[in-house]
Ligand binder design. Structure first.
Ligand code: RM4
Ligand code: MN
Ligand code: MN
Length: 422
């Protein structure tokens, strides 16, 4: 039924798209850019969506559910399938455990397979106490002073790997809330040592060489004085201590204001340790706002580094996992994920337009203005027709949000999914 709606709406939008696409193609040809080549590249772009991003209201301060919200991981996968059908940008889900722990990993896997959905990195959670667990994480998990608590947290991570293995995922993402809120509370060096020891045990449980372990840094919150993995430097130390299969995950919201994230990305690429991304946007801190909503130029500059690395034969170990990590109260989660995935696609398309030869020559000649203008030229090009055409060719909607609204998906589901209040 949803497929038909896409086809109907595309039939209406197709004519105008053709004209816009041809006009842009002509314009790009003047700069010796081949719109066909770029469109084919853009068609390859995809990003995983977070299982925790399908229900509304991820903030700590309140939750305002909407009708038709998914009530469990199966319904979240139903939503993921529709999201992917409309966009063809989001074929994988990144699972959060235990929030979306499956009652049976095999059962979930076959459910997902029928929907055409795969699984990306699994996310462990030792930042909250789980029901039934013996020890509390109040004073830390993998870094805890007591071996028994660390063991419990290690076992949880290993369980996540096992679930992930059955699901066909091949990475574990570890984000730790571990840290301290007062000077003197924690021995800064020893707590890191303990964390690395714990992570080594988890690393040793990776099933095979294809599996990767990502550590995610974040400067503060909930620890307000020192966080164990507070920045990319510590994340890199850890990845290097663990071994080849460990690398660093960059969550765009996990940086102090005005931080040069694209430079961090470049450094991690240089070290061969860029594991992947949690895309979102932020004005102040870990705001988890929609990707590209606050600093679209920053997003473009990050993709500039990524495209540059992908095209540079000297760069080794470059295979970043792209995931969204966002969830908030105001937008319909499906619309939000659609919008964000499209913003990533946009930033990628623009980064592909950068005249790299010219940029490199201007850099060599220290022509600051022209180097900057080369980036701006690409950034200021409206690539919407390329994005729309890439989606259309993949059988997705030319305008996914319009199609979603026309489909009245939520309202239709409202009857099936009884409202859930928390
Ligand atoms: C954290 C971090 C993790 C995510 C949780 C929900 O701030 O970004 O990636 O799993 O939030
Ligand atoms: Mn994250
Ligand atoms: Mn976060």
């Amino acid at each position: 039924m949803w497929k038909e709606i896409v086809a109907e709406q595309n039939a209406v939008a197709e004519k105008t798209l053709r004209r816009d696409f041809d006009a842009l193609g002509e314009k790009l040809a003047r700069h010796k850019d081949d719109i066909e080549k770029i469109t084919r590249e853009v068609m390859k772009f995809s990003v995983a969506v977070p299982s925790w991003g399908f229900a509304q209201g991820g903030t700590r301060f309140g939750r305002f559910p909407i009708v038709g919200e998914p009530r469990n991981i199966y319904e979240k996968l139903d939503d993921a399938a529709v999201l992917n059908l409309f966009t063809r940008l989001t074929p994988r889900v990144s699972l959060h455990i235990p929030w979306d722990k499956p009652d049976g990993a095999k059962k979930l896997k076959s459910y997902a397979r029928k929907l055409g959905i795969g699984f990306d990195a699994v996310n462990s959670n030792t930042f909250q106490d789980q029901t039934g667990q013996k020890y509390s994480y109040k004073y830390g998990s993998l870094s805890h002073t007591k071996r028994a608590v660390r063991r419990q947290a290690i076992r949880h991570n290993i369980e996540c790997i096992e679930i992930g293995k059955t699901l066909g995922s091949n990475a574990l993402t570890v984000w730790l809330a571990d840290g301290s809120s007062f000077p003197g509370q924690q021995h800064l060096r020893r707590s890191l040592e303990r964390t690395i020891d714990s992570l080594q045990e988890i690393y040793a449980a990776l099933p095979d060489k294809k599996w990767r372990l990502f550590t995610e840094h974040k400067p503060f919150e909930p620890a307000f004085y020192s966080t164990i993995i507070q920045d990319w430097g510590t994340s890199l130390i850890i990845a290097q201590a663990l071994g080849e299969q460990a690398s660093c995950l960059v969550d765009l919201g996990h940086h102090l204001p005005n931080c040069n994230i694209e430079q961090i990305v470049a450094r991690l690429i240089y070290a061969g340790k860029l594991g992947g991304f949690h895309f979102n946007d932020s004005k102040y801190a870990d705001d988890d706002l929609s990707a590209g909503s606050i600093k679209p130029y920053q997003l473009f500059l990050i993709f500039n580094e990524l495209v540059d690395a992908a095209q540079d034969r000297k760069v080794k170990n470059f295979n970043p996992a792209y995931m969204l990590d966002q969830s908030h109260n105001l937008k319909d989660p499906l619309e939000d994920l659609m919008q964000s995935a499209m913003e990533l696609q946009r930033a990628y398309a623009k980064a592909l337009l950068i005249d790299r030869k010219a940029l490199s020559a201007f850099q060599e000649e220290n022509d600051v203005l022209m180097a900057e203008m080369t980036l701006k030229d690409a950034y200021e090009t409206d690539v919407t027709p390329i994005m729309c055409e890439a989606r259309r060719r993949k059988g997705a909607a030319i305008d996914p949000i319009a199609v979603y609204r026309a489909s009245r998906y939520r309202t239709k589901l409202a009857q099936q999914r009884a409202p859930q209040g928390r």
